[in-house]
Structure formats: C-alpha cells, structure tokens
Design a protein around this ligand. Structure first.
Ligand code: NAP
Length: 313
C-alpha cells in the first residue's frame, strides 16, 4: 500500500478542511488537494459573523487558515494540485491532477465548493477585469470614491454591497424583484445605509460603456421601460455554480450539477463521498459545510474499517 492514502480530500474550503481534521485525527493517512485556480469563496469573504464561537465575527481568510493549521496539526498532508478526473483501479481511486500527476487513495471526499455564477448579459465578458468583478474583497479598493453597482438580492450581494461602502462613494444595489432574498439583519443594514441606493424590480440587460464601464442598462419590470444606472464598476453576485465538472460523468448529480449525497455524504460511487457547497443541499453556510465535512470523514472511517476488515463492534 506504499504511496496510497486512506483518504484524499479534493478541496480546501471549510468542508474539505473539516473532513481533513476529523480524518487525520482518526489516524487516517490523509492528503488534501488544494487548487491554485479555485480558491474557497470563504477566503474572499471579508467578515463572517454567523460562524458560532466568534462573537465579534472573524475574517474568512483567517478562519480558513485556522482550519488548515488544525488539519496539519493532526498530520494531514497538503498538495497544490487540481483534480481533473477520478478513475478506479481495483479498489483504489486514482485522482488525475493538473499539473500532470496522480494521487492514489482508498477513499475520496469531493469538497470542491462552488464559484460565482455569471449573469450572461451583453458587456459582462467584455468588461470583466475592466470594471466588472465577482469579488469585492479583491477589487473594491479600485473604486475608491466612485459609484458602483451591485447586482443580486441574496446574502452575498447585500453583504458585499455593504462592504463596498468602505470604498465607493455610492453603491447602487440592483435587484430583479421588489424584495431582497438576503437575511433580514442584512436587509436592515442595507436599507438604513446612507451610501446605498436600491434599484428594485429591475432586470439587468447590458453593461454599457466606451472602453470602460459607464453603467448598467436595466429593464423596469413594472413600467417596462429601459434606463441606464450610471456607475464606474459593476459587482455581480447572482448565485453560484458547483465546481463539479470533473466528476459529473462519474457521480450522480442534480439538474444544477450539484452532487447527490445521502445522510452519510455517500455519493453514487462506493468509496467516494462529497460535502459542502458542491452537494445538493438545503442550506449552504460555513457551519453546514463543516458539519458535512465531519459526517463525510466519519463515513470514510467506517468504509475503510469494512474495506480493511477491522470493523469496531
Ligand atoms: P443566492 O442566494 O442564490 O442569491 C442570488 C441572487 O441573485 C438572488 O437574489 C437572485 O434573484 C439573483 N439572481 C440570480 N440570477 C439572476 C439573474 N439572471 N439576473 C438578476 N438577478 C439574478 O446566492 P448568494 O447570495 O451568492 O448565496 C449563496 C448561498 O450562500 C446562499 O445559501 C446564502 O445563504 C449563502 N451565503 C450566506 C452568507 C451568510 O450567511 N453570511 C453570506 C453569503 C452567502 P431572486 O432572489 O429573484 O432569485
């Protein structure tokens, strides 16, 4: 079994790192595959204020670093390689990676999370990186004393709109409905913030500008009239897509591409488990991702005991 891990965790967000903590602590030989390209969304979140135990909140990046240090403390190994395919040879799973390589393991946990969804309107690709952004933490400072638009009505859009008020002179929050989807506490903050202007019932049609962004063309759903909401930057937060392309042909997924798992985080393939935001589930939060990770690691432990014939009765 030289060079073969008990468990390979694909993804180093809250779900994957919690799984690694539990697995390493159960003395499973554990490796975590981290990706250059797919950074955890949590690491791009300025402040997390609903993860229990941190009364004043904690920076997303700091929380993730703590998870990683904790996993390393129990002996989990980390490799900077992105999984591109998984295949099986007898009872061993082989994860093909980029840069080219492979990791062999008896069990696999897929914890690859999700990435920002694109809006799919004219001008979005043209101005990407030139006024259009999907990350306020990364790009907010470029818009100091400027007017920006935020598109979306969920927790992310509202949180990021509030964050952007630190830099922008005005934040125009464009949402396609009359009411926001975000948590009530976030709505209260955004409604009472003097720098935030709400543009409701408005469907984004196009990001406009000559060389640089000058506004977002929207269609008012009541009046059916189009108008331009002027701004120099556009931040898009309209939900997520799961990072599951590399396993879609192998694992059962729902119509959105999220991996179907049972209560033990088992997938349709024996020996492959999944946890966190890449799974089909009811609530996507850091705390639920961590819970999933713990369950997945425990299921792996039981699976390996059966596989190795060392079941604890
Ligand atoms: P989300 O909850 O799916 O919200 C996406 C928003 O974008 C919705 O308001 C949606 O409008 C709008 N939208 C989607 N497609 C659109 C389109 N084509 N044109 C215009 N608007 C469009 O996504 P999220 O805010 O990124 O949150 C993802 C998950 O992470 C959620 O479970 C959320 O609770 C969680 N999260 C939690 C926290 C926290 O607890 N602090 C922070 C961030 C994220 P409709 O409302 O009309 O559907």
């Amino acid at each position: 079994m030289e060079g073969i891990y008990d468990l390979a965790v694909i993804g180093a967000g809250p779900a994957g790192l919690t799984a690694a903590i539990y697995a390493a602590r159960a003395r499973l030989k554990t490796v975590v595959l981290e990706s250059f390209a797919l950074v955890s969304q949590v690491s791009l979140t300025e402040e997390i204020e609903n993860y229990p135990g941190f009364v004043e909140g904690i920076k997303g990046f700091e929380l993730l670093q703590n998870f990683k240090r904790q996993a390393e403390r129990f002996g989990a190994e980390f490799v900077l390689q992105e999984a591109v395919a998984i295949e099986k040879r007898e009872k061993i799973w082989i994860i093909r990676t980029s840069p080219p390589g492979s990791v062999k393991s008896l069990a696999v946990i897929v914890a690859t999370g999700a990435s920002a969804k694109k809006l799919g309107i004219k001008g979005e690709d043209k101005f990407r990186g030139k006024g259009v952004s999907y990350c306020a933490t990364c790009d907010g400072a470029f818009f100091r004393n400027k007017v920006v638009c935020v598109i979306g009505g969920g927790d992310t859009a509202v949180e990021e709109a509030l964050f952007l008020t630190r830099f922008a002179s005005k934040v125009k929050l464009i949402h396609r409905r009359q009411q926001l989807r975000a948590a009530k506490i976030l709505q209260e903050r955004v409604f009472s913030h003097f720098q935030v202007e709400l543009v409701l019932n408005s469907l984004p049609q196009e990001i406009v500008g000559e060389g640089k962004v000058s506004g977002v063309k929207v269609l008012n759903k009541e009046t059916r009239k189009e108008n331009i909401i002027e701004c120099e930057g556009v931040f898009i937060f309209v939900g997520n897509v799961p990072n599951t392309d590399f396993v879609k042909s192998l694992l059962g997924c729902d119509e959105g591409g999220y991996i179907e798992v049972d209560a033990g985080m088992k997938t349709s393939q024996e020996g492959i488990f999944a946890c966190g935001d890449c799974c089909s589930k009811f609530l996507r939060q850091v705390v639920t991702a961590c819970g999933d990770g713990a369950v997945a690691a425990f299921s792996v432990q039981k699976y390996l005991e059966d596989l190795k014939g060392i079941t604890y009765n």
